[in-house]
Design a protein around this ligand. Structure first.
Ligand code: ATP
Ligand code: MG
Length: 564
Protein backbone atom coordinates (compact mmCIF):
# COMPACT_ATOMS: atom_id res chain seq x y z
CA UNK A 1 0.00 0.00 0.00
CA UNK A 2 1.03 3.52 -0.63
CA UNK A 3 1.68 5.04 2.79
CA UNK A 4 2.64 8.67 2.54
CA UNK A 5 4.59 10.83 4.90
CA UNK A 6 2.26 13.05 6.90
CA UNK A 7 4.63 16.01 6.89
CA UNK A 8 5.07 16.44 3.18
CA UNK A 9 2.84 18.72 1.11
CA UNK A 10 3.63 16.52 -1.86
CA UNK A 11 1.41 13.72 -0.71
CA UNK A 12 -0.25 13.77 -4.05
CA UNK A 13 -3.95 13.28 -3.41
CA UNK A 14 -6.13 15.23 -5.82
CA UNK A 15 -7.09 17.90 -3.28
CA UNK A 16 -3.49 18.56 -2.30
CA UNK A 17 -2.66 18.81 -6.00
CA UNK A 18 -5.41 21.38 -6.52
CA UNK A 19 -4.27 23.45 -3.54
CA UNK A 20 -0.60 23.24 -4.56
CA UNK A 21 -1.46 24.36 -8.11
CA UNK A 22 -3.68 27.23 -6.89
CA UNK A 23 -0.82 28.54 -4.76
CA UNK A 24 1.84 27.94 -7.40
CA UNK A 25 -0.16 29.62 -10.13
CA UNK A 26 -1.18 32.55 -7.97
CA UNK A 27 -4.93 31.92 -7.78
CA UNK A 28 -4.62 32.12 -4.01
CA UNK A 29 -1.94 33.51 -1.77
CA UNK A 30 -2.84 31.26 1.11
CA UNK A 31 -5.10 28.31 1.75
CA UNK A 32 -8.10 28.73 4.05
CA UNK A 33 -10.22 25.68 4.84
CA UNK A 34 -12.95 24.97 7.35
CA UNK A 35 -14.43 22.02 9.16
CA UNK A 36 -18.21 22.63 9.30
CA UNK A 37 -19.98 20.23 11.67
CA UNK A 38 -23.66 20.46 12.39
CA UNK A 39 -23.99 20.29 16.21
CA UNK A 40 -26.66 17.59 16.08
CA UNK A 41 -24.53 14.73 17.40
CA UNK A 42 -21.02 13.73 18.36
CA UNK A 43 -18.17 13.55 15.87
CA UNK A 44 -17.16 10.14 14.55
CA UNK A 45 -14.18 8.61 12.78
CA UNK A 46 -15.58 9.78 9.42
CA UNK A 47 -15.50 13.35 10.67
CA UNK A 48 -11.93 12.68 11.82
CA UNK A 49 -11.02 12.03 8.19
CA UNK A 50 -12.48 15.40 7.23
CA UNK A 51 -10.83 17.16 10.19
CA UNK A 52 -7.42 15.68 9.36
CA UNK A 53 -7.86 16.72 5.73
CA UNK A 54 -8.99 20.29 6.38
CA UNK A 55 -6.68 21.09 9.29
CA UNK A 56 -3.90 19.04 7.69
CA UNK A 57 -4.04 21.08 4.47
CA UNK A 58 -3.84 24.31 6.45
CA UNK A 59 -0.82 23.02 8.39
CA UNK A 60 1.01 21.64 5.38
CA UNK A 61 0.52 24.72 3.20
CA UNK A 62 0.92 27.32 5.94
CA UNK A 63 -2.71 28.48 5.81
CA UNK A 64 -5.49 28.28 8.35
CA UNK A 65 -8.52 26.16 9.10
CA UNK A 66 -11.69 27.43 10.73
CA UNK A 67 -14.03 25.49 12.94
CA UNK A 68 -17.49 26.54 11.87
CA UNK A 69 -20.69 25.26 13.38
CA UNK A 70 -23.37 24.79 10.76
CA UNK A 71 -26.00 25.69 13.34
CA UNK A 72 -28.97 26.38 11.11
CA UNK A 73 -31.44 23.83 12.48
CA UNK A 74 -32.21 24.67 16.12
CA UNK A 75 -34.73 21.83 16.35
CA UNK A 76 -31.92 19.25 16.42
CA UNK A 77 -28.91 21.12 17.76
CA UNK A 78 -27.69 21.28 21.34
CA UNK A 79 -25.01 22.94 23.40
CA UNK A 80 -23.81 19.53 24.60
CA UNK A 81 -22.86 18.71 21.01
CA UNK A 82 -21.19 22.09 20.47
CA UNK A 83 -18.96 21.53 23.51
CA UNK A 84 -18.18 17.92 22.65
CA UNK A 85 -17.22 18.79 19.06
CA UNK A 86 -14.72 21.41 20.21
CA UNK A 87 -13.21 19.04 22.77
CA UNK A 88 -12.89 16.31 20.15
CA UNK A 89 -11.21 18.48 17.50
CA UNK A 90 -8.73 19.73 20.12
CA UNK A 91 -8.06 16.23 21.37
CA UNK A 92 -7.34 15.13 17.81
CA UNK A 93 -4.53 17.67 17.93
CA UNK A 94 -5.91 20.58 15.91
CA UNK A 95 -6.34 24.24 16.72
CA UNK A 96 -8.59 26.76 15.01
CA UNK A 97 -6.95 29.67 16.82
CA UNK A 98 -9.26 32.69 16.68
CA UNK A 99 -11.34 31.13 13.98
CA UNK A 100 -14.25 29.64 15.84
CA UNK A 101 -17.27 30.60 13.78
CA UNK A 102 -20.95 29.83 13.54
CA UNK A 103 -23.31 30.07 10.63
CA UNK A 104 -25.54 31.83 13.18
CA UNK A 105 -22.94 34.64 13.39
CA UNK A 106 -24.03 35.50 9.85
CA UNK A 107 -27.81 35.30 10.22
CA UNK A 108 -28.22 39.07 9.76
CA UNK A 109 -25.95 39.16 6.70
CA UNK A 110 -27.62 36.09 5.22
CA UNK A 111 -30.99 37.72 5.70
CA UNK A 112 -29.75 40.84 3.91
CA UNK A 113 -28.55 38.70 1.02
CA UNK A 114 -31.89 36.93 0.89
CA UNK A 115 -33.53 40.35 0.57
CA UNK A 116 -31.07 41.08 -2.21
CA UNK A 117 -32.23 38.01 -4.12
CA UNK A 118 -35.84 39.02 -3.59
CA UNK A 119 -35.19 42.56 -4.83
CA UNK A 120 -33.37 41.31 -7.90
CA UNK A 121 -36.25 38.97 -8.71
CA UNK A 122 -34.25 35.85 -7.89
CA UNK A 123 -36.19 34.66 -4.86
CA UNK A 124 -39.85 34.49 -3.88
CA UNK A 125 -42.04 33.56 -0.97
CA UNK A 126 -43.96 30.37 -1.63
CA UNK A 127 -47.18 29.43 0.18
CA UNK A 128 -47.15 25.80 -0.94
CA UNK A 129 -46.92 23.23 1.85
CA UNK A 130 -43.85 21.01 2.16
CA UNK A 131 -45.79 18.13 0.57
CA UNK A 132 -46.92 20.30 -2.32
CA UNK A 133 -43.41 21.57 -2.90
CA UNK A 134 -42.22 18.00 -3.09
CA UNK A 135 -44.98 17.12 -5.54
CA UNK A 136 -44.27 20.15 -7.77
CA UNK A 137 -40.57 19.39 -7.74
CA UNK A 138 -40.87 16.51 -10.23
CA UNK A 139 -38.52 13.54 -10.31
CA UNK A 140 -35.20 12.57 -11.80
CA UNK A 141 -37.01 11.72 -15.03
CA UNK A 142 -39.79 14.35 -15.01
CA UNK A 143 -39.36 18.12 -14.87
CA UNK A 144 -40.93 20.09 -12.04
CA UNK A 145 -43.78 22.61 -12.32
CA UNK A 146 -43.74 26.23 -11.34
CA UNK A 147 -45.40 27.14 -8.07
CA UNK A 148 -48.50 29.33 -8.47
CA UNK A 149 -46.69 31.84 -6.21
CA UNK A 150 -43.57 31.99 -8.37
CA UNK A 151 -44.47 35.25 -10.13
CA UNK A 152 -45.35 37.22 -7.02
CA UNK A 153 -44.36 40.89 -7.34
CA UNK A 154 -41.14 41.88 -5.64
CA UNK A 155 -42.96 44.20 -3.19
CA UNK A 156 -45.26 41.43 -2.05
CA UNK A 157 -42.30 39.06 -1.61
CA UNK A 158 -40.43 41.66 0.44
CA UNK A 159 -43.46 42.27 2.62
CA UNK A 160 -44.13 38.56 3.21
CA UNK A 161 -40.47 37.70 3.86
CA UNK A 162 -40.18 40.50 6.41
CA UNK A 163 -43.35 39.28 8.08
CA UNK A 164 -41.95 35.73 8.11
CA UNK A 165 -39.03 37.13 10.03
CA UNK A 166 -41.30 39.01 12.44
CA UNK A 167 -42.99 35.77 13.38
CA UNK A 168 -46.42 36.40 11.88
CA UNK A 169 -46.76 32.90 10.41
CA UNK A 170 -46.66 29.42 11.91
CA UNK A 171 -44.05 26.75 11.12
CA UNK A 172 -44.28 25.54 7.55
CA UNK A 173 -46.76 28.21 6.38
CA UNK A 174 -44.36 29.75 3.89
CA UNK A 175 -40.80 29.41 2.65
CA UNK A 176 -38.41 31.56 0.69
CA UNK A 177 -37.22 29.91 -2.51
CA UNK A 178 -34.61 30.80 -5.08
CA UNK A 179 -36.07 31.36 -8.54
CA UNK A 180 -33.85 29.27 -10.78
CA UNK A 181 -35.32 26.62 -13.09
CA UNK A 182 -38.06 24.09 -12.33
CA UNK A 183 -37.08 22.09 -15.40
CA UNK A 184 -33.40 21.79 -14.57
CA UNK A 185 -32.09 18.23 -14.79
CA UNK A 186 -30.46 18.96 -11.41
CA UNK A 187 -33.21 18.83 -8.82
CA UNK A 188 -31.18 21.09 -6.53
CA UNK A 189 -31.72 23.91 -9.02
CA UNK A 190 -35.51 23.53 -9.08
CA UNK A 191 -36.21 26.60 -6.98
CA UNK A 192 -34.46 25.34 -3.81
CA UNK A 193 -35.75 26.46 -0.43
CA UNK A 194 -33.54 29.14 1.16
CA UNK A 195 -35.46 29.91 4.37
CA UNK A 196 -38.02 28.05 6.44
CA UNK A 197 -40.08 29.11 9.43
CA UNK A 198 -38.99 27.32 12.61
CA UNK A 199 -40.29 28.69 15.87
CA UNK A 200 -37.56 27.22 18.05
CA UNK A 201 -35.03 28.65 20.43
CA UNK A 202 -31.49 28.56 19.09
CA UNK A 203 -28.53 27.67 21.36
CA UNK A 204 -26.79 30.90 20.36
CA UNK A 205 -29.32 33.36 19.00
CA UNK A 206 -32.07 32.40 21.42
CA UNK A 207 -35.45 33.66 20.20
CA UNK A 208 -34.08 36.38 17.92
CA UNK A 209 -35.05 34.39 14.83
CA UNK A 210 -37.96 32.27 13.77
CA UNK A 211 -36.78 31.82 10.19
CA UNK A 212 -33.63 29.86 9.53
CA UNK A 213 -31.53 29.51 6.37
CA UNK A 214 -31.13 26.09 4.79
CA UNK A 215 -27.74 24.40 4.59
CA UNK A 216 -27.48 25.38 0.93
CA UNK A 217 -28.11 29.05 1.60
CA UNK A 218 -25.92 29.27 4.68
CA UNK A 219 -22.94 27.21 3.67
CA UNK A 220 -21.38 28.83 0.62
CA UNK A 221 -22.15 32.33 1.86
CA UNK A 222 -20.48 31.56 5.19
CA UNK A 223 -17.48 30.29 3.23
CA UNK A 224 -17.41 33.56 1.27
CA UNK A 225 -17.65 35.70 4.42
CA UNK A 226 -14.73 33.85 6.01
CA UNK A 227 -12.60 33.94 2.88
CA UNK A 228 -12.50 30.16 2.57
CA UNK A 229 -10.49 29.24 -0.51
CA UNK A 230 -11.19 25.51 -0.68
CA UNK A 231 -14.53 24.36 0.68
CA UNK A 232 -14.10 20.62 0.97
CA UNK A 233 -17.02 18.31 1.55
CA UNK A 234 -18.13 14.76 0.87
CA UNK A 235 -19.35 13.46 -2.49
CA UNK A 236 -23.07 13.64 -1.73
CA UNK A 237 -22.74 17.42 -2.07
CA UNK A 238 -21.44 17.22 -5.62
CA UNK A 239 -24.95 17.74 -7.01
CA UNK A 240 -25.31 20.80 -4.76
CA UNK A 241 -22.28 22.48 -6.32
CA UNK A 242 -24.22 24.20 -9.16
CA UNK A 243 -26.45 25.78 -6.51
CA UNK A 244 -23.41 26.71 -4.42
CA UNK A 245 -21.97 28.47 -7.47
CA UNK A 246 -25.31 30.04 -8.47
CA UNK A 247 -25.68 31.69 -5.07
CA UNK A 248 -22.10 32.95 -5.07
CA UNK A 249 -22.63 34.31 -8.60
CA UNK A 250 -25.86 36.08 -7.71
CA UNK A 251 -24.92 37.66 -4.38
CA UNK A 252 -22.54 40.52 -3.58
CA UNK A 253 -20.31 38.23 -1.52
CA UNK A 254 -16.81 39.37 -0.52
CA UNK A 255 -14.88 36.37 -1.89
CA UNK A 256 -15.29 33.46 -4.26
CA UNK A 257 -14.83 30.08 -2.60
CA UNK A 258 -14.88 26.81 -4.52
CA UNK A 259 -16.34 23.55 -3.40
CA UNK A 260 -14.43 20.28 -3.83
CA UNK A 261 -15.77 16.86 -3.01
CA UNK A 262 -14.02 13.75 -1.70
CA UNK A 263 -15.20 10.26 -0.79
CA UNK A 264 -16.58 9.84 2.69
CA UNK A 265 -15.09 7.20 4.95
CA UNK A 266 -16.96 3.92 5.29
CA UNK A 267 -15.63 1.27 7.67
CA UNK A 268 -16.44 -2.41 7.97
CA UNK A 269 -18.35 -3.51 11.12
CA UNK A 270 -19.18 0.16 11.70
CA UNK A 271 -22.09 2.52 11.16
CA UNK A 272 -21.26 6.19 10.63
CA UNK A 273 -24.72 7.70 10.43
CA UNK A 274 -25.44 10.23 13.16
CA UNK A 275 -29.10 9.26 13.01
CA UNK A 276 -28.25 5.62 13.80
CA UNK A 277 -25.66 6.57 16.42
CA UNK A 278 -28.29 8.72 18.14
CA UNK A 279 -30.69 5.76 18.17
CA UNK A 280 -28.02 3.50 19.65
CA UNK A 281 -27.69 6.01 22.47
CA UNK A 282 -31.34 6.87 23.07
CA UNK A 283 -32.49 3.24 22.87
CA UNK A 284 -29.84 2.17 25.36
CA UNK A 285 -27.84 -0.21 23.17
CA UNK A 286 -24.65 1.46 24.40
CA UNK A 287 -23.48 3.39 27.45
CA UNK A 288 -23.73 6.74 25.67
CA UNK A 289 -22.16 8.70 22.82
CA UNK A 290 -18.74 7.92 24.30
CA UNK A 291 -19.30 4.20 24.75
CA UNK A 292 -16.00 2.47 23.91
CA UNK A 293 -17.78 0.53 21.12
CA UNK A 294 -19.03 3.67 19.41
CA UNK A 295 -17.12 4.95 16.36
CA UNK A 296 -17.33 8.43 17.84
CA UNK A 297 -14.11 10.26 18.60
CA UNK A 298 -15.12 10.38 22.26
CA UNK A 299 -15.84 6.64 22.18
CA UNK A 300 -12.49 5.83 20.60
CA UNK A 301 -10.80 8.05 23.18
CA UNK A 302 -12.60 6.33 26.06
CA UNK A 303 -11.64 3.00 24.52
CA UNK A 304 -7.98 4.07 24.70
CA UNK A 305 -7.22 4.90 21.04
CA UNK A 306 -4.50 7.58 20.92
CA UNK A 307 -5.18 10.63 18.74
CA UNK A 308 -1.93 9.96 16.90
CA UNK A 309 -3.24 6.57 15.78
CA UNK A 310 -6.38 8.16 14.36
CA UNK A 311 -4.34 10.79 12.52
CA UNK A 312 -2.03 8.09 11.14
CA UNK A 313 -5.07 6.17 9.97
CA UNK A 314 -6.33 9.25 8.12
CA UNK A 315 -2.95 9.50 6.41
CA UNK A 316 -2.95 5.81 5.50
CA UNK A 317 -6.37 5.88 3.86
CA UNK A 318 -5.67 9.08 1.93
CA UNK A 319 -8.27 11.07 0.03
CA UNK A 320 -9.95 9.85 -3.12
CA UNK A 321 -12.85 10.75 -5.35
CA UNK A 322 -14.63 7.41 -5.36
CA UNK A 323 -16.43 5.73 -2.51
CA UNK A 324 -14.96 2.64 -0.92
CA UNK A 325 -15.12 0.70 2.32
CA UNK A 326 -12.04 0.57 4.52
CA UNK A 327 -11.42 -2.45 6.70
CA UNK A 328 -11.65 -1.58 10.37
CA UNK A 329 -8.52 -3.68 10.93
CA UNK A 330 -6.58 -0.90 9.23
CA UNK A 331 -7.65 1.57 11.92
CA UNK A 332 -6.72 -0.98 14.58
CA UNK A 333 -3.36 -1.51 12.91
CA UNK A 334 -2.59 2.23 12.99
CA UNK A 335 -3.53 2.36 16.66
CA UNK A 336 -1.45 -0.71 17.58
CA UNK A 337 1.50 0.79 15.80
CA UNK A 338 1.40 3.85 18.06
CA UNK A 339 0.64 1.89 21.22
CA UNK A 340 3.41 -0.61 20.59
CA UNK A 341 5.84 2.29 20.59
CA UNK A 342 4.35 4.28 23.45
CA UNK A 343 2.34 2.10 25.84
CA UNK A 344 3.98 1.10 29.11
CA UNK A 345 3.87 -2.63 29.84
CA UNK A 346 2.18 -3.73 33.04
CA UNK A 347 1.06 -6.99 34.66
CA UNK A 348 -2.61 -7.79 35.06
CA UNK A 349 -4.44 -11.08 35.46
CA UNK A 350 -7.94 -11.28 34.08
CA UNK A 351 -8.87 -14.80 35.20
CA UNK A 352 -6.71 -15.50 38.26
CA UNK A 353 -5.36 -18.87 39.40
CA UNK A 354 -3.47 -19.03 42.70
CA UNK A 355 0.14 -20.23 42.75
CA UNK A 356 1.94 -21.06 46.00
CA UNK A 357 5.74 -21.30 45.84
CA UNK A 358 6.37 -23.91 48.50
CA UNK A 359 10.09 -23.30 48.91
CA UNK A 360 9.81 -19.48 49.00
CA UNK A 361 9.99 -18.06 52.55
CA UNK A 362 6.71 -16.97 54.10
CA UNK A 363 6.47 -13.23 54.63
CA UNK A 364 9.31 -12.39 52.25
CA UNK A 365 8.74 -9.75 49.56
CA UNK A 366 11.21 -8.99 46.79
CA UNK A 367 10.98 -6.03 44.47
CA UNK A 368 11.63 -7.35 40.97
CA UNK A 369 12.89 -4.90 38.35
CA UNK A 370 10.73 -5.01 35.23
CA UNK A 371 11.22 -3.23 31.89
CA UNK A 372 8.47 -0.71 31.13
CA UNK A 373 8.66 -0.84 27.36
CA UNK A 374 11.10 -3.01 25.43
CA UNK A 375 10.46 -0.79 22.37
CA UNK A 376 11.54 2.32 24.25
CA UNK A 377 14.56 2.07 26.58
CA UNK A 378 13.89 5.63 27.82
CA UNK A 379 10.70 4.36 29.46
CA UNK A 380 12.95 2.77 32.12
CA UNK A 381 12.02 0.09 34.60
CA UNK A 382 9.74 -0.30 37.61
CA UNK A 383 9.69 -2.51 40.70
CA UNK A 384 6.99 -5.15 41.07
CA UNK A 385 6.59 -7.04 44.37
CA UNK A 386 7.10 -10.81 44.33
CA UNK A 387 6.10 -13.12 47.19
CA UNK A 388 5.26 -16.71 48.08
CA UNK A 389 1.64 -16.51 46.88
CA UNK A 390 1.04 -15.38 43.35
CA UNK A 391 -1.68 -15.11 40.75
CA UNK A 392 -1.25 -16.27 37.20
CA UNK A 393 -3.71 -16.45 34.31
CA UNK A 394 -5.93 -19.52 34.56
CA UNK A 395 -5.42 -20.43 30.92
CA UNK A 396 -1.65 -20.44 31.40
CA UNK A 397 -2.07 -23.83 33.09
CA UNK A 398 -3.30 -27.14 31.70
CA UNK A 399 -3.41 -30.31 33.67
CA UNK A 400 -3.17 -32.46 30.58
CA UNK A 401 -1.55 -30.24 27.94
CA UNK A 402 -1.75 -30.99 24.20
CA UNK A 403 1.60 -31.14 22.32
CA UNK A 404 1.88 -27.44 21.45
CA UNK A 405 0.92 -26.06 24.85
CA UNK A 406 4.21 -24.91 26.42
CA UNK A 407 2.91 -23.05 29.44
CA UNK A 408 2.50 -24.44 32.93
CA UNK A 409 1.57 -28.09 33.50
CA UNK A 410 2.35 -30.64 36.21
CA UNK A 411 6.11 -31.23 36.37
CA UNK A 412 6.89 -28.43 33.92
CA UNK A 413 9.14 -25.42 34.44
CA UNK A 414 8.30 -21.94 33.09
CA UNK A 415 9.77 -18.49 33.50
CA UNK A 416 7.88 -15.87 35.47
CA UNK A 417 8.74 -12.63 33.65
CA UNK A 418 11.63 -10.75 35.34
CA UNK A 419 11.33 -12.98 38.46
CA UNK A 420 12.19 -16.69 38.71
CA UNK A 421 11.76 -20.03 37.04
CA UNK A 422 9.04 -22.05 38.73
CA UNK A 423 8.05 -25.70 38.38
CA UNK A 424 4.54 -26.99 38.95
CA UNK A 425 4.49 -29.82 41.52
CA UNK A 426 0.77 -30.32 42.03
CA UNK A 427 -2.63 -29.01 41.00
CA UNK A 428 -5.04 -28.71 43.94
CA UNK A 429 -8.72 -29.21 43.08
CA UNK A 430 -11.98 -28.46 44.79
CA UNK A 431 -14.82 -30.97 45.24
CA UNK A 432 -16.08 -30.35 41.72
CA UNK A 433 -12.68 -31.14 40.22
CA UNK A 434 -11.86 -27.57 39.31
CA UNK A 435 -8.21 -26.58 39.77
CA UNK A 436 -8.08 -23.94 42.52
CA UNK A 437 -4.37 -23.71 43.28
CA UNK A 438 -1.01 -24.76 41.94
CA UNK A 439 1.74 -25.87 44.29
CA UNK A 440 5.07 -24.91 42.73
CA UNK A 441 8.74 -24.58 43.61
CA UNK A 442 11.15 -21.94 42.37
CA UNK A 443 14.84 -21.99 41.52
CA UNK A 444 16.53 -19.23 43.57
CA UNK A 445 19.43 -19.20 41.07
CA UNK A 446 17.16 -17.80 38.34
CA UNK A 447 16.44 -14.42 39.93
CA UNK A 448 15.57 -11.82 37.29
CA UNK A 449 14.49 -14.53 34.88
CA UNK A 450 17.74 -16.12 33.67
CA UNK A 451 19.36 -19.42 34.58
CA UNK A 452 23.14 -19.59 35.15
CA UNK A 453 23.22 -22.90 33.30
CA UNK A 454 21.55 -21.29 30.29
CA UNK A 455 18.42 -23.42 30.31
CA UNK A 456 15.46 -21.69 28.72
CA UNK A 457 11.88 -22.61 29.50
CA UNK A 458 9.63 -22.43 26.45
CA UNK A 459 7.11 -20.12 28.10
CA UNK A 460 7.27 -16.85 30.00
CA UNK A 461 4.24 -15.95 32.11
CA UNK A 462 3.12 -12.74 33.75
CA UNK A 463 2.21 -12.89 37.43
CA UNK A 464 1.12 -10.84 40.42
CA UNK A 465 1.91 -11.07 44.11
CA UNK A 466 -1.34 -12.10 45.83
CA UNK A 467 -0.80 -9.75 48.78
CA UNK A 468 -0.19 -6.77 46.55
CA UNK A 469 -2.58 -7.23 43.62
CA UNK A 470 -5.39 -4.70 43.23
CA UNK A 471 -8.87 -5.96 42.25
CA UNK A 472 -10.46 -4.37 39.21
CA UNK A 473 -13.26 -4.55 36.70
CA UNK A 474 -12.19 -5.12 33.11
CA UNK A 475 -14.45 -4.58 30.11
CA UNK A 476 -13.63 -6.54 26.97
CA UNK A 477 -14.82 -5.04 23.70
CA UNK A 478 -15.51 -6.52 20.30
CA UNK A 479 -17.10 -5.02 17.20
CA UNK A 480 -20.51 -3.52 17.89
CA UNK A 481 -21.96 -5.30 14.87
CA UNK A 482 -21.61 -8.95 13.89
CA UNK A 483 -21.15 -8.38 10.17
CA UNK A 484 -18.85 -6.20 8.08
CA UNK A 485 -21.86 -4.59 6.36
CA UNK A 486 -24.32 -3.95 9.20
CA UNK A 487 -27.90 -3.62 8.04
CA UNK A 488 -27.24 -5.07 4.58
CA UNK A 489 -30.19 -7.42 5.12
CA UNK A 490 -32.46 -4.61 6.20
CA UNK A 491 -32.51 -4.59 9.98
CA UNK A 492 -29.40 -2.91 11.28
CA UNK A 493 -30.34 -3.47 14.89
CA UNK A 494 -30.63 -7.22 14.33
CA UNK A 495 -26.93 -7.16 13.48
CA UNK A 496 -25.89 -5.77 16.88
CA UNK A 497 -23.31 -8.06 18.47
CA UNK A 498 -24.69 -9.29 21.83
CA UNK A 499 -21.12 -10.01 22.93
CA UNK A 500 -19.67 -6.64 21.98
CA UNK A 501 -19.07 -5.93 25.68
CA UNK A 502 -18.09 -8.48 28.31
CA UNK A 503 -17.62 -7.20 31.83
CA UNK A 504 -15.19 -9.13 34.04
CA UNK A 505 -15.10 -8.63 37.79
CA UNK A 506 -12.36 -9.89 40.08
CA UNK A 507 -9.52 -9.17 37.70
CA UNK A 508 -6.24 -8.26 39.36
CA UNK A 509 -3.76 -5.49 38.65
CA UNK A 510 -0.19 -4.70 39.47
CA UNK A 511 -0.04 -2.06 42.24
CA UNK A 512 0.16 1.37 40.62
CA UNK A 513 -2.13 0.47 37.76
CA UNK A 514 -5.03 1.88 39.75
CA UNK A 515 -3.29 5.27 39.49
CA UNK A 516 -2.98 5.33 35.69
CA UNK A 517 -4.85 8.48 34.65
CA UNK A 518 -7.76 8.40 32.24
CA UNK A 519 -6.31 9.20 28.83
CA UNK A 520 -3.30 6.92 29.13
CA UNK A 521 -3.27 3.48 27.54
CA UNK A 522 -1.03 0.68 28.80
CA UNK A 523 -0.25 -2.80 27.63
CA UNK A 524 -1.24 -5.62 29.95
CA UNK A 525 1.56 -7.99 29.06
CA UNK A 526 0.46 -10.83 26.82
CA UNK A 527 -3.19 -9.68 26.95
CA UNK A 528 -3.59 -6.51 24.97
CA UNK A 529 -3.84 -2.76 25.31
CA UNK A 530 -6.04 -1.41 28.11
CA UNK A 531 -7.11 2.03 29.23
CA UNK A 532 -8.75 3.21 32.45
CA UNK A 533 -12.41 3.98 31.89
CA UNK A 534 -14.00 7.25 32.90
CA UNK A 535 -16.03 5.18 35.41
CA UNK A 536 -12.80 4.16 37.17
CA UNK A 537 -12.16 5.21 40.78
CA UNK A 538 -9.33 4.49 43.21
CA UNK A 539 -11.66 2.11 45.11
CA UNK A 540 -12.98 0.41 41.98
CA UNK A 541 -10.59 0.60 39.04
CA UNK A 542 -12.19 -0.10 35.66
CA UNK A 543 -10.16 -0.82 32.54
CA UNK A 544 -11.34 -1.07 28.94
CA UNK A 545 -9.64 -3.37 26.50
CA UNK A 546 -8.55 -1.03 23.74
CA UNK A 547 -7.35 -3.81 21.43
CA UNK A 548 -5.89 -7.27 21.65
CA UNK A 549 -2.25 -7.68 20.68
CA UNK A 550 -3.01 -9.68 17.57
CA UNK A 551 -2.78 -7.55 14.45
CA UNK A 552 -5.02 -9.08 11.82
CA UNK A 553 -4.35 -6.28 9.35
CA UNK A 554 -0.60 -6.86 9.45
CA UNK A 555 -1.34 -10.50 8.73
CA UNK A 556 -3.56 -9.63 5.78
CA UNK A 557 -0.80 -7.42 4.41
CA UNK A 558 1.86 -10.09 4.90
CA UNK A 559 -0.29 -12.62 3.08
CA UNK A 560 -0.76 -10.10 0.27
CA UNK A 561 3.01 -9.72 -0.03
CA UNK A 562 3.58 -13.46 -0.06
CA UNK A 563 0.94 -13.88 -2.73
CA UNK A 564 2.47 -11.12 -4.85
P1 ATP B 1 -25.72 15.02 8.90
O1 ATP B 1 -25.46 16.11 7.91
O2 ATP B 1 -26.57 13.91 8.42
O3 ATP B 1 -26.08 15.48 10.25
P2 ATP B 1 -22.90 14.53 8.66
O4 ATP B 1 -22.17 13.31 9.08
O5 ATP B 1 -22.81 15.00 7.26
O6 ATP B 1 -24.36 14.27 9.11
P3 ATP B 1 -21.90 17.09 9.48
O7 ATP B 1 -21.82 17.62 10.85
O8 ATP B 1 -22.68 17.85 8.48
O9 ATP B 1 -22.47 15.66 9.64
O10 ATP B 1 -20.45 16.80 8.94
C1 ATP B 1 -19.39 17.73 9.04
C2 ATP B 1 -18.37 17.46 7.98
O11 ATP B 1 -17.86 16.15 8.10
C3 ATP B 1 -18.97 17.58 6.60
O12 ATP B 1 -18.10 18.36 5.80
C4 ATP B 1 -19.04 16.19 6.11
O13 ATP B 1 -18.89 16.13 4.72
C5 ATP B 1 -17.91 15.49 6.86
N1 ATP B 1 -18.20 14.08 7.04
C6 ATP B 1 -19.29 13.54 7.61
N2 ATP B 1 -19.25 12.19 7.56
C7 ATP B 1 -18.08 11.85 6.96
C8 ATP B 1 -17.45 10.61 6.60
N3 ATP B 1 -18.02 9.43 6.87
N4 ATP B 1 -16.25 10.66 6.00
C9 ATP B 1 -15.67 11.85 5.74
N5 ATP B 1 -16.21 13.05 6.03
C10 ATP B 1 -17.40 13.06 6.63
MG1 MG C 1 -23.94 17.11 6.86
Amino acid sequence: MNVRSPASPERGDFIREIVAADLREGRHRTVVTRFPPEPNGYLHIGHAKSICLNFGLAQEFGGRCHLRFDDTNPAKEEQEYIDAIQADVRWLGFDWGEHLHHASDYFEQLYEWALHLVRTGKAYVDDLSADEIREYRGTLTEPGRNSPWRERPVEENLDLFERMRRGEFPNGARVLRAKIDMTSPNINLRDPVLYRIVHASHPRTGDAWCIYPTYDFAHGQSDAIEGITHSICTLEFEIHRPLYDWLIDNLPVPSRPHQYEFARLNLTYTVLSKRVLLRLVTEGHVRGWDDPRMPTISGLRRRGFPAEGIRDFATMIGVARSDSVVEVEMLEHAVRDVLNRTAQRRFAVLDPLKVVIENYPEGRVEEMEVVNNPEDPSAGTRRVPFSRELWIERDDFMEDPPPKFFRLAPGREVRLRSAYFVTCREAVKDASGRVVELRCTYDPATRGGDAPDGRRPKATLHWLSADHAVPAEVRLYEHLFTRPDPGADGDLFADLNPESERVLQGCLLEPGLADVPVGETVQFERLGYFAPDTDSTAEHPVFNRTLTLKDTWAKVQAQGRQGA
